[in-house]
Design a protein around this ligand. Structure first.
Ligand code: ZN
Ligand code: ZN
Length: 497
């Protein structure tokens, strides 16, 4: 669709939404995929937990897909690989931490050793087809997050995925200012940049002072303390260890994904010299004021550890008056109701709840406005293309970029093919894009009949008539009518209605 002497960017996910990132770069007839993430179901997708981008465009061009580079180990960047790799069937490039997580997730969809994963060094260089890639270390809320400087003979595109500036990220190096300045000095065609926190003034804040604050907060807690955070946040996990040491407690991990991340982190050289974590089954043997639990489920996920504890349905752990739950995470838009339910349940148990509105217990992993300005200053991009945002974030980011001296900004939402070079950026075409729901082992289009019918049924109910006939077409039983979601009881009441 694009001419082979053009360099184009085509997002199939993550532009126009926060979640399920999937970007394609096209050049000389080849396509490079950056990230392959998931997003989670909501009220409009009943019965759907996980969704992935519609990969139809790249499947039609599958012979030209040279590889997939994963920028970091968050679900919205790599969670789609187990579901889509059979169709993509290409080499995958990832740093050891992201590769470690992928290796553990792939067996869940029967892809134990099928996927060729090439481990690349953080900050390293490699080539995929006609694309020469230099990785740049970024501080974020998971180790080994990488920006990609994608070099072609038409110029370099700098793809800056999720990031922040943090002088004390605690785990892994800070964002590599020197490398970013160098890339800027060498000249870029365009900067693609994270838009998540574009509405937030100032700076995001650092993991270092947060650790100190958590020590203060936990110091004032009486009995058991549970810290709810994202499992992948290894810096937060390490902070919990320090908080526990400073307050005379032991750290227990509650939730499978926390154990998995701890194992990967240790394999990759993080969390070294840390004391053994306590197993959930052994918490009961410790005095209540010596327990610091890290728990999964900060977003109110129904099957996660915190939801079960709050419902008093956890086999090993219970919370009671005098205990505290600290939400060391942000409330992801859309999850407010689930989190509210959780908080009500904890309130019924007389458990104290502390979140980021009550005390300094969380910092974001995304750049606020001053950090964006700093990056523009280092890279001096002639063109800014916002990514990782809903439409309102992308539009605001364009405006903010222009206000800060970037001459040209361009926006591409999912499915819009944007030419990056030669010439000014320009939308060339609109290709198929959308979402697929993961339904067991199959993928079902979210805008297709199955999910649409489920949505209709949840709003209007369904009527079912059962008529049993013999082979001559004669009735052999009284027809049954049921109408779940419309009326209670048997068919007669329905008939009367
Ligand atoms: Zn992300
Ligand atoms: Zn991320």
């Amino acid at each position: 669709m694009n001419k082979s002497d053009e360099l184009v960017f085509l997002p199939l996910g993550g532009c126009g939404e926060i979640g399920m990132n999937m970007g394609l770069y096209g050049y000389k007839g080849s396509w490079l995929m950056v990230d392959c993430g998931v997003t989670f179901g909501d009220d409009l997708t009943p019965g759907v937990d996980v969704m992935v981008p519609d990969p139809a465009f790249i499947i039609e061009n599958i012979d030209n897909l040279v590889g997939l580079v994963v920028t970091h180990a968050h679900e919205d960047h790599l969670g789609g690989v187990p579901y889509l790799w059979r169709q993509l069937n290409c080499p995958v490039y990832a740093t050891p931490f992201a590769a470690g997580l992928l290796t553990r997730k792939l067996p869940e969809t029967g892809l134990a050793s099928a996927v060729p994963i090439h481990e690349v060094k953080p900050g390293g260089n490699f080539s995929v087809g006609p694309f020469d890639i230099s990785l740049v270390n970024l501080a974020h809320s998971v180790p080994e997050t990488q920006a990609l400087a994608i070099k072609t003979s038409l110029g370099t595109v700098l793809h800056v995925t999720d990031w922040k500036l943090d002088s004390e990220p605690l785990v892994g190096p800070p964002t590599d200012e020197k490398a970013l300045r160098q890339i800027g000095n060498d000249g870029v065609l365009a900067l693609m940049c994270d838009s998540t926190n574009v509405f937030v003034e100032g700076r995001t804040g650092s993991e270092g002072p947060l650790r100190e604050s958590l020590i203060d907060v936990v110091q004032n807690c009486k009995n058991r303390v549970a810290i709810a955070c994202f499992a992948s946040n290894v810096a937060r996990m390490e902070s919990a260890i320090h908080v526990a040491e400073a307050t005379g407690r032991r750290v227990a991990l509650v939730g499978r994904s926390l154990w998995r991340i701890a194992e990967i982190a240790k394999e990759c050289g993080y969390l070294e010299n840390c004391p053994e974590f306590v197993d959930a089954r052994d918490i009961g043997y410790l005095p209540r004021d010596e327990v610091l639990m890290l728990v999964t489920g900060s977003q109110g996920e129904a099957r996660a550890a915190l939801a079960r504890i709050a419902a008093d349905d956890h086999p090993d752990i219970s919370l009671a008056e005098g205990d505290t739950v600290i939400f060391s995470s942000r409330e992801i838009p859309g999850n407010e109701r689930a989190i509210g339910r959780l908080r009500n349940q904890l309130a019924r148990l007389n458990v104290e709840v502390i979140n980021e509105r009550d005390a300094f217990v969380h910092v974001s992993g995304h750049p606020a406005r001053e950090e964006l300005q700093q990056l523009y200053d280092w890279v001096k991009p002639p063109v800014l293309i916002p990514i990782h945002g809903e439409a309102r974030h992308l539009i605001e980011h364009c405006k903010f970029g222009r206000e800060n001296g970037i001459p040209v900004t361009a926006m591409a939402e999912n499915g819009e093919m944007l030419r990056l070079a030669p010439g000014e950026p320009k939308i060339l075409a609109q290709v198929q894009s959308g979402r697929y729901a993961v339904d067991g082992r199959r993928l079902v289009p979210v805008e297709g009949d199955v999910v649409r019918a489920r949505r209709r049924m949840t709003f209007s109910g369904v009527a079912v008539a059962t008529v049993v006939l013999d082979e001559d077409g004669e009735l052999i039983k009284t027809p049954q009518l049921s109408a779940p979601g419309i009326v209670d009881g048997d068919w007669r009441r329905c008939r009367d209605a």
